[in-house]
Design a protein around this ligand. Sequence first.
Ligand code: ADP
Ligand code: ZN
Ligand code: ZN
Length: 725
Amino acid sequence: MTLIRVALDVPVDRLFDYRCGDRNARIGTRVLVPFGRRRLIGIVVAKPEHSEVPEASLKHAIRVLDEQPLLGKADLRLLEFAAGYYVHPLGAAIMMAVPATLRRVRLRDQAPAAYALTPAGAAIDAATLPPRARASHRLLALLQSAPVVDHAAVAALGAATRKALQTFLEKGWVRTTIPDPVLAQDAPAAAAGPPLNPEQAAALQAVASALGRFQPMLLLGITGSGKTEVYLHAIAATLARNAQALLLVPEIALTPQLQSLIVARFPGTPVATLHSGLADGERAAHWEAARSGKARIVLGTRLAVFAPIPALGLIIVDEEHDGSFKQGEGFRYSARDLAVVRARQAGVPIILGSATPALETYRNAMDGRYQLLRISQRINARPPLIDCIDLRQGMTADGLSDRLITAIASRIERGEQSMVFINRRGYAPVLICGSCGWTSDCKRCSAKLVLHLPERRLRCHHCGHDSAVPASCPDCGNTDLAPVGQGTQRIEAALAHHFPEARILRIDRDTTRRRDAWPDMRERIREGTVDILVGTQILAKGHDFPRLNLVGIVNADSMLYSNDFRAPERLYALLSQVAGRAGRADIRGQVLVQTRFADHPLYAALRHQDFDTFAQTLLAERRQAGFPPYVHQALLRSEARSIDTALQFLAKAARTARGISPTVSVYDPVPAGMMRRAGRERAHLLVQSGSRTELRSFLKIWHQWLAETSNSATRWSLDVDPAEL
Ligand code: ADP
Ligand code: ZN
Ligand code: ZN
């Protein structure tokens, strides 16, 4: 009888030991175990000699489900690191890395994937089943007829068979598995890429010579400078060595052209794509293709950093500065940072690509820890002309300046597209009563209800509250309620007023909710049946709109001043990404930024597309102020019914923290930037240290104290390397 240590998806931070007599129990295989009154699927992570639990009280594992490990030792090592670094329960972290389909014991209605007999199931002799259990006989015969049986085939045998299947699953005779994925993609023809220019060739050379060893690299180049082309060549070099390549991107749904580009460049090469837009079964199939080594290229969003890729030879993180690489709740890992850890563990090079890298990354490149690869020119276009429109000198009606309107008019005349960017959806961010001062506040959040005019609704963008627009002021009865400020709908309306003939397309979360809405819109934009685009961040991501030559940015200032010290860094990245949409080979793009602070260094840097000067200025400020990347931070967030409860909990945590380590600075607890959200009040406590190692040892102790001390009145979570304060 051996011992196995099992990772389970339960909220306690520990692993569980079981006795297990099955030879198939190997590290990385799934196992079905009793847990309280339930049965759970877990992953074997160790086979210890001893258990702290007395042997006699250890339970028996029910069944080992796999013959081959699902997760390799390298995968478990990365997960262990991640769980430790982000102080998250290891079992939960490991199980999160396994597709949902493979973790379920209960049958689901929109059933997954497929089924196969486990080793125990394969050993069953039909003669030992009760003769009258006809459904069980039918099911067993079906499962014996093929290595993998589709859900549809089981369902076709009727409800009784379905029930028998549930029993087989609970006994561990059957495991959920994955049908063979269809990955080989048809590409019309192998599309050859353009020959690389000297800077691209040098970058590629650097990557190629690093294959086979750990080497982090920052590929720094503005939008359209040909970074993607370097990635494609680097992937080709990796495939030529018979290795797999992992390409992490912020959003696949928004950048399908990258996926088709890869398919076209590597015809016949199986590509696994991993992102949240896939159905469970599909996702599991792609995951399995990565794991088995069948997929040679793995393209995915943040969670793909944990995908098992046995022959990993290269990692690329595109738009490495993008906020979506950091998980915002639960297991708050940074996929970008873990990708670097993974590259180190695997001994492979990693390319971090961006026009506006995170200051953490930029500093590593400046200090020589990362190799800096630069591409300085835009390939098919000159850099856009960026100009500020000083709002102090001209009034704006509905948020649009005369100069921007004139510029749009002349583009329309020439049959070119314009884009107006605003970072807020809805019509106006607040509704105000002119006579008593009432404002449309959300009762459950410290936020205003946003007016959605076409729908005639007031909506909270934080908690989902949604109500009709009142006919008169709820406080004084005045019927003269005024929308204040601008959102996409209002800009759209204003543009329609100025350009009654123009074809205007609004692109924000409200208009792209439907699944194919965005692909359809993209087609229309590319075909040129749109004159003006109005939209939010969605428009900033890497799209190639050939007719777009003018970009107007309406309310950048609202993002300039904020409590968060990272606000300017983010704004610069966003604006330079938006600006990168404008222009092409024959027409120089134009970008107009409406602002009241035209002299601000951020806009000056943007005008000159001078990321380096801007980044160095910010880094100097950060160093002086003692902010990251010069210190390492962790944020303890708490939330309770009242802010006092939340703060009291943090005050206690702060006292304890000060007693743990003299070198870790502990700030005072403060209410969160948005104090109330969905009826809960929130506060946080910042701790920081110049030494990552010291912060880590501190967090370990502190976390233990938190886990032991917490009570049901306060919810808390730790965020290591928080991206937002
Ligand atoms: P980035 O990823 O930096 O935004 P891309 O790699 O997408 O830039 O390149 C921008 C455009 O230039 C693409 O249409 C690409 O096909 C083209 N391109 C890239 N490299 C070259 C090259 N060496 N010669 C000609 N065209 C190129
Ligand atoms: Zn009023
Ligand atoms: Zn709300």
